[in-house]
Structures are given as C-alpha cells and as structure tokens.
Design a protein around this ligand. Structure first.
Ligand SMILES: [Fe+2]
Ligand SMILES: [Fe+2]
Length: 263
C-alpha cells in the first residue's frame, strides 16, 4: 500500500529453548512467518513483537529468539508479556531501551505518528502469588502520561501485551490489564491515541473501548478457540498461525491480519 508507515506485528511467540518434544516448534513458526511478512512488506518500518516472547522466560529461549531475528533487515521492537522474565530478557537483549525505572517501554517515532510501547509484566508484591494478569502500576502510568504529553498533537498508537478492556473470553478477561480504567482515563485526557494494539488472547479481535479502536492479533503458535465461558485460559486450537500489519497513514490506521502456512 502506498503512503504511511508499515509495522509488522507478531504477538505471543512463546519461544522455547529448543524444539519441543511434541507440537509445533516456535522458532520454526516464527521464522516462517517473519520471512513471509518481510517478503510481502519489504519496506516495513518496524517489526513489533507484542509480548509473550518466551514461553517460560528463560535465557535460552531469548537466545533462540535472538538467533531467529539475526539478519532481519527491519528494526525490531520486542515487548514483554506475562510469560516473560524482565531480567532474563534484558540480559539477552541489552540494547533494547528501557525507561528510567527499568521497564521495557519506549516511544518510537513513525512518520507523523508516535508508537508508544508499554511493559505490562506484573512486578510481584511480597507474598503475592504469581499471576498471568497485567498491570501498568502508578509509575508506568505516569511514564505514559508524560509520553503522551511529549507527543503533543501527534497521533499516537499504544501497544501493550495485555488488553486494557474485556474481550468476551471469561478466562482471559480474568487476567487482562488490572488498571485498564486508569489507562483509558489517561487516553481520554490526552485525546491523541488513534489505536491500541494488544496480544495475549491468541485470537483476532477488533472493536473499540471508550471510543478508542483496538486490534488484537493471533499467535504464530496455537490459537484461542471460540469458547467465551471456558474456565481455562490455556485452552488452544490448531487454527492457522498469523501476524498483523499496521499502516499508519495521514487519515488513520489500517489493520490487516495475514495467516501463513505452518511449517
Ligand atoms: Fe500468549
Ligand atoms: Fe499473555
């Protein structure tokens, strides 16, 4: 498509340290998807990896992701999700910028737009059990407030792994972004966010929440079946893998999804 900046979006890679004993290999899936994306969008400005980079947040899986990205001709912006480990990720990807508090957040200028990338991985409180939910917390919300202020009148796209709104899947809504209301209060105050990009559900979903459009993308791995009331957030099916394509143009944001052949 002519005009505008193109962003390729892969979410929920769930990389493993090596080929798994059974089931699809995340590295093979991602590599097949990435080469299809780069063949079809050679002039993309960015590859955005929308969290759940590694299935268990271990260094070997991040090294395998690093290998899969080797030679990628397009800049890559990795984000964290609930399956990630911030310290292990930062040890393997030391060049990825972080904010003043060490969160993997940054503002990426893309033409007239500002892509604001957020880190929604929970920092466990003492005694709190592990959760797959996400949070921004007061420090990250303050960083977002500042980033939106600095962007001025520029149109913004915000990317965060955990959807900051319900999606209709009960088990996933129970582990969505905890402070979604505060997030949307900020967006309403600034009025410049044109689109929200998320992952986490492993399913193509789009709509709007409090007036802001959103898109959620499938995974290169397993997908969420259409079971709204299922109690299990890890239920999955073999629907085709996919990635997303955003085109940020003068009049708005165009969103596509592309299924690709599983190797
Ligand atoms: Fe995931
Ligand atoms: Fe997730």
């Amino acid at each position: 498509m002519g005009g505008g900046e193109t962003v390729i979006v892969f979410s929920d890679l769930h990389m493993t340290p090596g080929p798994p004993g059974a089931g699809p290999d995340p590295a093979a899936r991602f590599s097949a998807g990435l080469s299809h994306a780069l063949d079809t969008h050679p002039r993309a400005a960015l590859v955005l990896l929308c969290g759940d980079l590694a299935d268990r947040g271990d260094a070997a899986s991040y090294r395998r992701l690093r290998d899969a990205l080797d030679g990628c001709p397009v800049p890559v912006m990795p984000m964290l999700g609930n399956h990630d480990d911030r310290a292990a990720f930062r040890a393997v990807f030391p060049e990825v910028p972080v904010d003043g508090d060490g969160f993997v957040q940054r503002v990426v200028p893309l033409g007239a737009y500002r892509l604001i990338v957020l880190d929604t991985l929970v920092v466990p409180r003492p005694g709190e059990p592990f959760t797959h939910a996400g949070e921004l917390c007061p420090r990250r919300l303050a960083w977002l407030d500042h980033a939106l202020g600095e962007a001025g009148a520029a149109p913004c796209v915000v990317a965060l792994h955990h959807p900051p709104h319900p999606t209709g899947f009960a088990a996933m809504d129970a582990i969505r972004l905890r402070d979604g209301d505060a997030f949307h209060d900020l967006l309403a105050r600034h009025g410049t966010v044109r689109h929200i990009v998320s992952g986490h559900i492993h399913r193509t979903i789009s709509g709007s929440h409090r007036g802001t459009p959103f898109s959620i993308f499938k995974s290169p791995m397993r997908q969420m079946p259409l079971l709204y009331d299922g109690a299990d957030s890890s239920v999955e099916c073999d629907d085709p893998p996919a990635f997303g394509i955003l085109t940020l143009h003068a009049d708005g944001v165009l969103v596509q999804t592309e299924d690709f052949a599983a190797p």
